[in-house]
Write a protein that binds this ligand. Structure first.
Ligand code: FES
Length: 375
């Protein structure tokens, strides 16, 4: 019999370091794509449970009053919200910088004009692979032509365009082609983000985890591109923490710079924190954002460094990586207060070494458990 998951040990919660910088607004979990690397929870929130237009507008007003500067309008696919222009207008009216995080599917000329008219400031477009067939295999849906068109429309509208490619075993060897595609499509920023293993990505971990040799080849290519591009466009490499054996400073620290509002109004320190037991996340239907940020147990529980376990407590990097990702620590050890096993100094690091060995033996090309829960 498996022991029940342990709740994090209580400790005095330090005050927040200041107002949050960013609000991740997960407007819906519905999505026309079915990517196996998706970090949405395996139990997706249904459309009937989503916040209304007025409730989201109030969230943006509260966020602006709290001091939030930047909102990522995300999902799922936020374009599936018919009221998206009204939500953009509400966020813009609250003084927030608005970025649409999208697959590009459903972003036609008229929709984009409505969104820019409402105050949309930038777009981040996902791309799975430079080859259309490979991209659609990863996405589990026809989408490549829609993305290409969306990129062109965003550039023609004069909005900054970021391209985000989630990297894994199925596309790391094609990094050069991904960068060339981003340049062809006119990206101002290219984010090469190695997969974070939450939600559906955790379910697909064996199919997604790359080999260390694959990572090293791709890292060298990314470095060469960065030198060649000289910062225009900006090229960002988000490191693969499990392969690199380093803890990542997840979300810039727990409850330090960002809050996430899930489609049903649940407020979390990160998108995956709903998986942690015993924390009873608050909801904007019942509580004000300011209270949630400043007073709630869930935002305070891993704030600062007083909660850190050994070996993090004596580590010079503790103020940089904050002991790594709490959700990954929980997923791998059953205890969110442990050192993230991604770290080479973590007592549970051997768990990750086994995962990497298993993944190296998994079939190639990988078969994905595609996410379910489309529109
Ligand atoms: Fe939750 Fe890293 S995803 S702390």
């Amino acid at each position: 019999m498996t022991a029940p998951p342990e709740a994090p040990a209580p400790h005095p919660s330090p005050a927040p370091p200041g107002p949050p910088w960013a609000l991740l607004a997960e407007l819906t979990h519905a999505c026309p794509l079915r990517c196996g690397y998706c970090s949405n929870p395996v139990e997706l929130i249904g459309r009937s449970a989503e916040l209304s237009t007025d409730q989201w507008s109030d969230v943006f007003r509260q966020a602006g009053a709290l001091g939030v500067v930047h909102t990522h309008l995300s999902g799922g696919e936020p374009l599936l919200r018919r009221d998206l222009p009204a939500l953009v207008a509400a966020a813009d009216g609250a003084g927030l910088y608005t970025q649409l995080v999208t697959s590009g599917v459903g972003l036609g000329e008229r929709r984009l004009a409505e969104l820019t008219g409402a105050g949309l400031r930038s777009v981040q477009l996902s791309v799975q692979h430079a080859d259309p067939a490979a991209a659609e295999h990863i996405a589990g849906a026809r989408s490549f032509a829609a993305k290409e068109r969306a990129a062109r429309l965003v550039r023609e509208a004069g909005l900054p365009l970021g391209l985000n490619a989630v990297l894994h075993r199925g596309n790391l060897d094609d990094l050069d082609a991904l960068v060339r595609l981003a340049l062809d499509w006119g990206a101002d920023r290219i984010e090469l983000a190695n997969t974070q293993y939450h939600g559906w990505a955790a379910r697909n971990r064996a199919a997604l985890l790359p080999t260390p040799a694959q990572v090293e080849r791709a890292r060298a290519r990314a470095t060469r591109w960065r030198e060649r591009l000289g910062g225009t466009p900006e090229l960002v490499w988000v490191a693969p923490d499990l392969v690199d054996a380093t803890a990542k400073p997840c979300m810039g620290g727990w409850g330090a710079v960002s809050l996430t509002v899930a489609p049903d109004g649940t407020v979390l320190p990160c998108p995956a924190a709903g998986t942690l037991p015993g924390l009873d996340p608050p909801n904007v239907r019942d509580r004000q954002l300011a209270w949630i940020w400043q007073e709630s147990e869930i935002f305070g529980v891993f704030r600062g460094d007083s909660w850190l376990p050994e070996p993090c407590r004596g580590c010079a990097l503790r103020t940089v990586d904050h002991g790594g990702c709490r959700c990954q620590a929980y997923a791998l050890t059953g205890d969110a207060a442990r050192t993230d096993p991604a770290c080479r100094h973590a007592p549970e690091r051997p768990l990750v070494d086994v995962l990497l060995l298993d993944a190296a033996r998994a079939p190639h090309p990988p078969g994905y458990a595609y996410r379910e829960g489309g529109p």
